[in-house]
Design a protein around this ligand. Sequence first.
Ligand code: PEP
Ligand code: MN
Length: 247
Amino acid sequence: MVKNNNKIIIAGPCAIESKKQFNDTIENIYHETDIIRCGAWKARTSPYSFAGRGENSLKWIQNVQKKFNVRCAIEIGTLNHLNLALEYNINTFWIGARTTCNPFTVEEISKKLKNKNVEIWIKNPIFPDIKLWIGAIERFKKNKKNTIKLIHRGFFLENSKKYRNQPRWDLLKIIRQEYPEIPIIHDPSHIAGNRELIYPICKKALEKKVDGLMIEVHNEPDNALSDSKQQLSPIQFKQLLISLGLK
Ligand code: PEP
Ligand code: MN
């Protein structure tokens, strides 16, 4: 189901922090959202940063899926994450930018999903090495039953000033030429790193004819335990969709 002008809208918090934070956020956005994004395990650079609520959040996801009749997607970074998520009836997953860089993990996860009717989204690798992205895509393409989408979340560049991650529209063009049949979802949150830049980046992405947007939304962004500068409030999210002509 696509609710907004044929664009797939994926929204939800960077990380699930508590049952209440998750429920309060989703209650305010599920009408405008095709699929909820949720972070159960967060791949943090520092071991001292908030890393998610792990398996506890899978129970809250299961409740939210039933309560609001919505589909939730989570990032899986290990085979263990995937096995647990499958136990909780989650069937939409994504491979994070750091994991796309690790062919061992991608191989392991893709083997487990071989005969499963699931949806898998593959984020671009954190570095502008398009071959890593292609390698991950090919590993899931071999699984005929998996539905694949790509997520454009930008690329790390040492001297990036304006953006947290560079969009590198040129690389997006190459990947689209390579896989014209696979939908591309644009993730402005991790490119911007800053909520003020989300609107102009989305506008540009829509001009480039991406198939959807994945946006981080939190009921109290300033108090978020991860990515607080880039998350939108539910009201800002709705205003964004209106400004983009998607609502
Ligand atoms: C995320 O989507 O929560 C995330 C960690 O993003 P990325 O893998 O793009 O850094
Ligand atoms: Mn995030």
